[in-house]
Design a protein around this ligand. Structure first.
Ligand code: HEM
Length: 123
């Protein structure tokens, strides 16, 4: 039986599973692996902090996601399909692993933030 997202350990599982898919994703994987050449050892803990702060108000994330994505867009133009696909993979991963109020909340927040990042990045 699936549980809700309860703590940082659950967020780590979600984030790790999501980026395992993204690394080999046919639509947006190359943006991470080839264009940005992401250092996963630093990126993954930053994403744990980001989502933990959103769901549990830990105050432990202090990055600038807008700038990161603008920089990426200037290296390789992104489009709405890239962001829509990101949301589908993220939402599918949440649904595979969890169910409950926090699971619903993280999907809503991801969609909203994706839209904000997309409009600011592609503007
Ligand atoms: C097409 C969609 C997206 C692509 C290709 C993308 C790609 C990236 C890349 C390459 C990085 C930098 C990783 C690094 O070098 O450390 C990054 C960072 C990040 N992304 Fe995305 N991203 C996308 C959508 C999103 C969405 C929708 C969210 C939130 C809902 C998000 C949240 C973040 C955050 C929080 C960071 C860390 C920023 C920092 O503090 O340095 N991204 N993304």
């Amino acid at each position: 039986m699936k549980t809700d997202i309860r703590n940082r350990k659950d967020i780590e599982l979600l984030v790790d599973t999501f980026y395992d898919k993204i690394k080999t994703d046919a639509v947006i994987g190359f943006l991470f692996t080839e264009i940005a050449q992401v250092n996963w050892e630093t990126h993954l803990p930053r994403m744990y902090d980001f989502w933990e702060n959103i769901l549990f108000y830990t105050g432990n994330y202090n990055g600038s996601p807008m700038q990161v994505h603008k920089d990426l867009h200037s290296k390789c133009p992104m489009n709405p399909e890239h962001f829509q696909h990101w949301v589908i993979v993220f939402t599918t991963t949440v649904d595979e692993l969890f169910e409950g109020e926090k699971a619903i909340e993280i999907k809503e927040r991801a969609l909203n933030i994706a839209n904000v990042i997309m409009y600011k990045t592609l503007a």
